[in-house]
Design a protein around this ligand. Structure first.
Ligand SMILES: *[C@@H]1O[C@H](CO)[C@@H](O)[C@H](O)[C@H]1NC(C)=O
Ligand SMILES: *[C@@H]1O[C@H](CO)[C@@H](O)[C@H](O)[C@H]1NC(C)=O
Ligand SMILES: *[C@@H]1O[C@H](CO)[C@@H](O)[C@H](O)[C@H]1NC(C)=O
Ligand SMILES: *[C@@H]1O[C@H](CO)[C@@H](O)[C@H](O)[C@H]1NC(C)=O
Ligand SMILES: *[C@@H]1O[C@H](CO)[C@@H](O)[C@H](O)[C@H]1NC(C)=O
Ligand SMILES: *[C@@H]1O[C@H](CO)[C@@H](O)[C@H](O)[C@H]1NC(C)=O
Ligand SMILES: *[C@@H]1O[C@H](CO)[C@@H](O)[C@H](O)[C@H]1NC(C)=O
Length: 370
């Protein structure tokens, strides 16, 4: 694999590891003082969340997999938008009962979009993506807000992911029965833990339909911790290239928030896939961030968040030309010339290609260099 990224398992052999655990607690305590009351969770949970964030950005998770309760599907918010209702959504009941499907058009492509840890829904990017799609064409769009389960410490939110994927798969299979949803025109898109969820939803759909695959799954920097590192999960428990007829992945923060393995059929590595242009490098200066927890989190997850910003831009611009190359070092050294395997990253990528693709971006929007 091309990755220049040190795996957590290598780092953990380092002596610094012993110093790391107490330091995480100390950093978290310092930050907690500033962020008290800035998100609606208890002080205790906020402290744990900050600890998780710090250990993730240093690629040494201080947490393990846990078990969790079942999800109460009435707390999952599925919103349907169509060309007939672009602004005011129809809320879908995941149990599949009493859904108003009059606006749902089975001849259209259906795009499902969801967020990741801590409910970035607050940043409203899934709505921006919905608006971009409806501006360029006719689609059924389903946005899932699972904030009720994503605003927990990381290991708990991660534990809920397959349970929510199960509920989503059941809803989509119900829509197939009730409204002729075409799985061959269904595209599941998720960021971070939502990316893992999109892949696992694709697997549940296969199990519920004796093997039918949705058209496409897209992992926008699908989550790394507990799925891809320190240990790579079994393929039934994470996003893989088998989850749909075509799977693509945008790697924007590999080995920190993102999954540092080639989980897709086509894997895109903007700016080599770990640190994005225009994002501040993460170091101890993070202790000097003023403002709210949300500002801290969006700054520290800047590279991670770029993947959904690139996606949004790709819908209207198709400006991310990407080079097929055996490694990012070769790409940076101009050792891979234009070739017939070159591709574009984003909505309009080729379904018939596979492999690793590299590109550079601008430091701010518009990010694509064409
Ligand atoms: C599920 O959540 C709804 C609303 O949040 C609540 O009314 C209901 O009692 C819950 N069901 C269970 C089984 O906990
Ligand atoms: C959306 O709903 C609001 C509140 O019910 C209503 O005022 C508005 O006209 C609706 N917008 C559209 C485009 O239907
Ligand atoms: C997130 O959403 C909540 C509820 O709508 C709001 O009170 C809060 O100000 C939002 N935070 C940010 C950073 O937008
Ligand atoms: C999926 O959800 C259904 C309905 O809630 C449940 O019966 C089933 O056990 C779940 N499957 C898994 C693998 O969790
Ligand atoms: C899915 O759609 C493609 C074209 O987009 C078509 O070639 C293929 O036959 C379809 N498969 C099914 C099972 O309908
Ligand atoms: C689908 O079914 C297979 C075989 O029974 C099982 O191993 C796998 O865990 C299931 N996948 C999901 C996501 O439930
Ligand atoms: C902390 O941040 C402020 C404002 O961004 C800056 O002026 C100051 O130099 C920073 N202090 C350190 C020690 O980096």
């Amino acid at each position: 694999h091309h990755s220049p990224i040190p795996l957590a398992s290598n780092i953990s052999k380092n002596n610094n590891y012993c110093l790391f655990f107490p330091l995480v607690g100390l950093f978290a305590s310092i930050l907690l003082v500033q962020y008290a009351n800035s998100i609606e969770v208890s002080q205790h949970l906020l402290h744990e969340i900050i600890e998780d964030v710090i250990s993730i950005v240093f690629s040494i998770p201080t947490f393990n997999k846990i078990t969790c309760s079942d999800v109460n599907s009435t707390r999952l918010r599925y919103y349907l938008y169509t060309p007939n209702n672009q602004i005011n959504a129809t809320r879908l009941n995941p149990e599949g009962q009493d859904n108003d499907l009059t606006n749902f058009d089975p001849s259209l492509e259906t795009k499902f979009v969801t967020h990741g840890w801590l409910g970035e829904v607050n940043e409203s990017w899934p709505e921006d993506i919905k608006n971009a799609y409806l501006k360029t064409g006719n689609y059924n769009i389903i946005l899932l807000d699972w904030t009720a389960y994503s605003t927990h410490r990381y290991s708990r939110s991660a534990c809920f992911v397959p349970k929510i994927a199960n509920a989503t798969a059941r809803l989509l299979v119900q829509l197939k029965k009730d409204a002729n949803l075409d799985l061959n025109k269904t595209h599941l898109i998720g960021h971070s833990l939502g990316g893992q969820m999109a892949g696992i939803t694709g697997q549940f759909i296969q199990n519920l339909t004796s093997g039918e695959k949705v058209k496409r799954v897209t992992g926008l920097d699908a989550a790394g911790p507990l799925f891809c590192y320190p240990r790579v999960d079994h393929k039934d428990e994470r996003i893989t290239a088998d989850d749909a007829q075509f799977v693509d992945g945008i790697h924007s923060n590999d080995g920190e928030f993102g999954c540092n393995i080639d989980y897709a059929q086509s894997n895109f590595y903007p700016n080599c896939g770990r640190s994005q242009s225009g994002c501040t490098k993460v170091d101890v200066s993070l202790l000097n961030i003023t403002g709210s927890f949300n500002e801290f989190f969006s700054k520290i997850s800047c590279s991670h968040g770029r993947s959904h910003q690139y996606w949004l831009e790709s819908i209207s611009k198709n400006d991310f030309s990407s080079r097929s190359c055996s490694s990012c070092l070769f790409f940076q050294g101009n050792l891979c010339s234009a070739n017939s395997d070159d591709n574009v990253m984003g909505e309009y990528t080729s379904f018939s290609k596979d492999g690793e693709y590299f590109l550079k971006t601008n430091t701010e929007a518009p990010f694509g260099l064409l």
